[in-house]
Design a protein around this ligand. Structure first.
Ligand SMILES: NC(=O)c1ccc[n+]([C@@H]2O[C@H](COP(=O)([O-])OP(=O)(O)OC[C@H]3O[C@@H](n4cnc5c(N)ncnc54)[C@H](O)[C@@H]3O)[C@@H](O)[C@H]2O)c1
Ligand SMILES: [Zn+2]
Length: 353
């Protein structure tokens, strides 16, 4: 393969354990990571994804429409009908080649078709490589909300081919950097004792591997989000509220990871206001987001009242305002945060009252 050696990060889940392989050309390993006995493959992808894969067995290619609107139950039905027409059998494999939309939809189809067939993820966005393709959450949206329908279905292997990112538009890179920034604030820190901004200085392969290792550790401890996996939602309460506002026609145009960036600064400032962290810790957040070139303000025209309303509806919020916040013991869920503190923090970041 030449060049830099590939990095392997195991995801330990007992009999469902698998490896994530990271580096230039990783997708060329596809044939070697398929389960033994596979006779054919269903490759699910999108037109914008220019990575082609060779499964080493006869393959049918299924192309999903672009964007979040492809994450529907009818996409899953279309795919599964296609699998059936192609004769995909119990011992065969679904290969998802694309961003989070493709791996979420193809993963759910793999979980459902014939009550479950093998899945291999080849994520081609930065969000996919550091987050969406790992950990087994699959699913689609309903008109009533995002990700309301799905299943836990672990892949048998994940190939993070950094060469595949060459064609990624800048906004998608930014989105991935937002998720990477989140990882920097969940322990352990990148590099023993190094400042968190060190993540921005690493090579792309090391950045991806570092985030994958973090997610792998959290998922192995808490596959079904009973506890620690919730920490992966750091920065996400505000991010989801902003995204929902955008979807409802509000003045928000942020990719998911960009919204997470704004959400991280908000979480840091809120934690500071609650006396959980000091100014230096807030500054660490700002410095890393600067290094990653991410927005840190509430978009112009957004009102704190409407943000609060969406936050209260967040599925992680239960009955009161809950945020994942940094503090003396590291990042943890904090219940019962006062509305006044939230509104004051939002206003300080540019929200209208
Ligand atoms: N399952 C999980 O744990 C998890 C985690 C995070 C996000 N997600 C989900 O992932 C989705 C977001 O994923 P995303 O940010 O990857 O978005 P995406 O899948 O929509 O991809 C973004 C865009 O980039 C295009 N694209 C993909 N690869 C490309 C390439 N190599 N070159 C050029 N264009 C390319 C896609 O066609 C799309 O237009 C959301 O639906 C989110 O809910 C799931
Ligand atoms: Zn996210």
């Amino acid at each position: 393969m030449g060049g830099t050696p590939l990095i392997t990060v195991p995801v330990e889940l007992g009999p469902r354990s698998y490896d994530v392989t990271i580096g230039a050309g990783a997708s060329r390993l596809l044939a070697s990571v398929l389960p033994s006995g596979v006779r054919q493959a269903a490759v699910v992808t999108q037109a914008a994804v220019l990575t082609s894969v060779d499964a080493g067995v006869p393959s049918d290619v299924f192309v999903l429409p672009d964007g979040e609107k492809a994450k529907t139950l009818s996409s899953v039905e279309e795919l599964c009908r296609g699998f059936a027409r192609a004769g995909l059998a119990r011992g065969d494999v679904v290969v998802a080649v694309g961003g989070g939309v493709v791996t979420d939809v193809a993963g759910f189809a793999a979980a459902s078709y014939l009550r479950g067939v093998a899945l291999v993820n080849v994520p081609t966005t930065l969000v996919g490589q550091v987050d969406a393709a790992i950990g087994g959450k699959t699913g689609v949206n309903l008109p009533e909300g995002k990700n309301l329908l799905g299943a836990y279905w672990q892949p048998g292997a994940v190939l993070c081919d950094t060469d595949a990112l060459a064609t990624l538009p800048e906004r998608e890179w930014a989105s991935g950097r937002g998720e990477m920034a989140k990882c920097a604030f969940l322990e352990p820190r990148p590099g023993a004792g190094a400042p968190r901004a060190a993540l921005a200085e690493m090579t792309l392969e090391d950045q991806v591997a570092w985030c994958v290792a973090l997610k792998a550790a959290v998922v192995s401890e808490d596959e079904r989000e009973g506890g620690r996996r919730m920490l992966l939602n750091y920065g996400h309460t505000l991010a989801h509220a902003l995204e929902a506002l955008g979807l409802a026609g509000g003045p928000v145009d942020l990719r998911h990871g960009e919204a997470v960036g704004v959400g991280l600064v908000f979480a840091a400032r809120l934690a500071r206001r609650l006396g959980r962290i000091d100014d230096a810790r807030v500054e660490e957040h700002v410095t890393l987001l600067d290094a990653f070139g991410l927005p840190q303000e509430i978009p112009g025209g957004v009102r704190s009242g409407e943000v609060l309303e969406y936050m209260a509806r967040d599925k992680k919020a239960r009955h009161d305002l809950t945020f994942v916040l940094d503090g003396p013991r590291g990042v943890e869920p904090v219940h019962g945060v006062g509305e006044g503190d939230v509104v004051a923090t939002l206003s300080a970041m540019g929200a209208l009252s």
